[in-house]
Design a protein around this ligand. Structure first.
Ligand code: UD1
Ligand code: CA
Length: 458
């Protein structure tokens, strides 16, 4: 099968410099949703028709094709003279021995299952249209039937009053025998209310040529909903998020409110996972069995081990959290953080590019960057690894069972030996030996006989 995705329209109502089909839904460009769905159908040819927005659309498509190791053709439609004219741009790419499926780059949520039914209805020799009965069909092309058979499609602007009363609409998605399609496209005229080459006019040609025209229906109306404005984009985003939330609920995840979760990527959950309101998941996030995520957390490309608790307001990115660990509230785990089992990271603690082994704790106000921290280490409040000298970064090593007193600065590169203790307020510039107390603070002094100054009278 050939797939042609129409994505040349300018999307004026988006009021944006970004081409419409590159606006994200669930963190992924609209067009990317359509390409991903199309790829599920294993097309032999995939061609995207672009126009507005310069090189941005073909660049995105090129990158995607490279990542996936597939070929995706692009063809420029300039100027944009209608949907029929758009498909004409793909003609040189189309393999005549298989049907052509036409999709829209701004209709992101059509399921592969519905498209599969459409393709099946078309077989090798029929024209199949994905149609929907809509309560409010205003603005859309209407499916005109005689004795139950589709005879043509009429656009809103060209329709008679009787035709406007028809509620079965053209989604725009069609599957067409390719050799016929090429012929029909060549015969299109723009003699209509909009002066455009309508793809929909091929339907009447098919009927005239005795090619059967059939229809298939999607499972839900939103599957064929297009995005023309930010309002419609927001509506489809909510619809998509609700679909994701429903799938999670069906798999046994507890969502405190299915209307208040945003998944912009892939969220994989074990059993008995609980997610509170307002959380955002981006990229690939894995929550193992029994994980709880408190309200208003952002997790990006993260793996959270079984039984771990993520308390409210945490930001976790490119990080691994071990089983039974407790994170937050208000913790930030930055890229390269790897926490072992039962690690406690408390409020206003930032960890970056560091490994922290089992049972270690940094409970309050600390920065741990470029560090290797052993097991059962206690990092006191206000501890900072000084990992950066303004030009280069250095590592801090804290061995097992060390105790770092509050408000210490570890000036890297530096090592705290096994079981070592740093007194509070230590500025560590040389290695602290194992098992001993190291302290850099001046000795405490009390001045006898000292009294506070008093104000002198003028
Ligand atoms: C089209 C259909 C209409 C259908 C409706 C569904 C035609 C003539 N009409 O309406 O029957 O109910 O879609 O939304 O086909 N595009 C291009 N190049 C162009 C024009 C459009 O690539 O020159 C792309 C757009 O980017 C969009 C899609 O085609 O993805 C549909 O275009 P749009 O203008 O939204 O649809 P209509 O022509 O109004
Ligand atoms: Ca549209």
């Amino acid at each position: 099968m050939n797939v042609v995705i129409l994505a040349a329209g300018m999307g004026k109502r988006m009021q944006s410099a970004l081409p419409k089909v590159l606006h994200p839904l669930a963190g992924k460009p609209l067009l990317r949703h359509v390409i991903d769905t199309a790829r599920n159908l294993s097309p032999s040819k995939l061609c995207v028709i672009y126009g507005h927005g310069g090189a941005a659309v073909p660049e995105m498509v090129g990158k995607l094709a490279e990542q996936a190791g597939v070929t995706i053709d692009t063809a420029l439609q300039q100027p944009q003279l209608g949907t029929g004219h758009a498909v004409m741009q793909a003609v040189p790419q189309l393999d005549e021995s298989v049907p052509t499926l036409v999709l829209y780059g701004d209709v992101p949520l059509t399921t592969a299952a519905s498209l599969g039914r459409l393709v099946e209805a078309a077989g090798t020799d029929k024209l199949a249209i994905l149609t929907v009965e809509q309560a409010n069909p205003f603005g859309l092309g209407r499916i005109v039937r005689e004795n139950g058979n589709i005879v043509r499609i009429v656009e809103e602007k060209d329709a008679s009053e009787a035709e406007r009363a028809i509620r079965e609409i053209n989604s725009g998605i069609m599957c067409i025998p390719t050799a016929h399609l090429k012929r029909w496209l060549a015969a299109l005229s723009n003699n209509n209310a909009q002066g455009e080459y309508y793809l929909t006019d091929i339907v009447a040609q098919a009927v005239a040529d005795g090619v059967p025209v059939v229809s298939a229906q999607p499972s839900a109306e939103w599957e064929v909903a297009g995005v023309n404005s930010k309002v419609q984009l927001a509506e489809l985003e909510r619809r998509h998020q609700l679909n994701i939330a429903t799938t999670l609920l069906e798999k046994g995840v507890t969502l405190m409110d299915p209307a208040r979760i945003d998944v912009r990527g892939e969220l994989v959950c074990g059993r008995d996972v609980v997610i509170d309101v307002g959380c955002v998941f981006e990229g690939r996030v894995e929550l193992a069995d029994g994980v709880t995520v408190g309200p208003h957390c952002v997790l990006v490309n993260a793996t959270i081990g079984a039984g771990a608790q993520i308390k409210p307001f945490c930001h976790i990115e490119d990080a691994v959290v071990g089983d039974k660990s407790q994170i937050g509230p208000y913790a930030r785990l930055r890229p390269g953080t790897e926490l072992g089992e039962d690690v406690h990271v408390g409020n206003f603690v930032e960890i970056k590019n560091s490994q922290v082994a089992a049972h270690s704790k940094a409970n309050h106000l600390a920065y741990v960057g470029d560090a290797t921290v052993g097991s059962r280490v206690n990092i006191g409040a206000g501890t900072i690894t000084c990992n950066y000298d303004g030009a280069n970064k250095f590592r801090t090593v804290i061995e097992d069972d060390a105790f770092i007193g509050s408000d210490s600065q570890l000036v890297a590169p530096v090592t705290v030996g096994k079981g070592a203790t740093l007194g509070a307020g230590t500025t560590l510039t040389k290695d602290a030996p194992a098992g001993k107390l190291t302290i850099s603070r001046p000795k405490q002094l009390t001045v006898e006989g000292w009294s506070r100054p008093v104000k002198t009278k003028k």
